[in-house]
Design a protein around this ligand. Structure first.
Ligand code: SAM
Length: 276
């Protein structure tokens, strides 16, 4: 394994395919949610506009195929029994959970991140969506999963010494923490919690959808290593600036993706082993 944490600019489908099996201890993945509209919704009382990113728009078939491919690759490159954390909202979490079950991974928990300061619902036709979920799975079959990393005592520290529950209330990413206007940047405090309770110092953590590097901002100060992949060069540039401003510049090196041995393509659903 490489000695220095690395951020690769590229498409994770291509980058992951060229990596050997079983090289990471854990994966924290915050993939596209497939919730963006061509034109986001705005309202008069705030500057907030709902997501309208092109990287977040797929047909249902494309999204399933894409998710199946990257999750399969993640399961290959993470060690058996390594921890997998996959973020999502109601838009995509059922698809991702279904795929993990089809891949026969042992799902350990569904963690609910409650946002006490969530944006109001603009349409006023439904409830205010104020949570995201994380599927926590062990990278092995339900039958064989064992010895996944879980720091039980450390987890209790996040709940006044009592058993930590699966509902975590943490505010949205603070304005002072925001970088490069990324529309779905995760709070470092949320990722620190995951890193502390589910990885060990010295571990290698894969983040295939790294955005502006929140996983690195949480993991590097805790003496974990990271391998980040992000498709958009502007977000990778923002990672570099962010690491510098956090005095972590020397801990993360940046690389362009090598020319892929095989080109990534979102295969049509019919070519996947799952029949719906
Ligand atoms: C939900 S955001 C992740 C945000 C990240 N957790 C953070 O806090 O900054 C998803 C990111 O994945 C990137 N992305 C989308 N498709 C990708 C792909 N195929 N390979 C690599 N990155 C991709 C997007 O550019 C976006 O920055």
């Amino acid at each position: 394994m490489r000695k220095t944490s690395t951020s690769v600019t590229g498409d994770c489908l291509e980058v992951l395919r060229d990596l050997p099996a079983g090289i990471f201890d854990a994966c924290i993945a915050d993939p596209p949610y497939n919730m963006s509209k061509k034109r986001g919704l705005a309202w008069a009382f705030s500057r907030h506009v709902t997501m309208q990113e092109t990287w977040d728009r797929f047909s249902n078939e494309e999204y399933f195929a894409f998710s199946f491919q990257w999750l399969s690759e993640v399961c290959r490159v993470v060690k058996p029994n390594g921890n997998l954390f996959v973020f999502g909202t109601f838009h995509n979490i059922y698809t991702l959970g279904f795929i993990l079950q089809q891949l026969d991974r042992k799902v350990l928990n569904s963690i609910i991140w409650v946002k006490p300061n969530a944006q109001p619902n603009i349409t006023c036709r439904m409830l205010t969506e104020s949570s995201e979920q994380m599927v926590w799975a062990c990278n092995n079959t339900r039958k064989d999963a064992r010895h996944w990393t879980f720091h039980y005592a450390e987890a209790k520290q996040f709940n006044d010494g009592k058993q930590l529950r699966n509902v975590w209330s943490l505010p949205l990413t603070r304005r002072s923490e925001r970088v490069a206007g990324h529309p779905s940047q995760k709070p470092v405090a949320l990722l620190e919690r995951v890193v502390k309770i589910a990885t060990d110092p010295g571990d290698w953590i894969l983040d295939p959808f790294a955005g502006v590097g929140s996983t690195a901002a949480a993991a590097l100060p805790l003496d974990r290593h990271v391998f980040l992949v992000e498709k958009q060069a502007r977000y990778v540039r923002a990672q570099a600036e962010r690491m510098k401003s956090l005095s972590l510049g020397g801990k993360l090196r940046f690389k362009a993706a090598a020319a892929p041995k095989r080109k990534a393509s979102a295969k049509p659903l019919s070519s996947h082993p799952i029949s719906l």
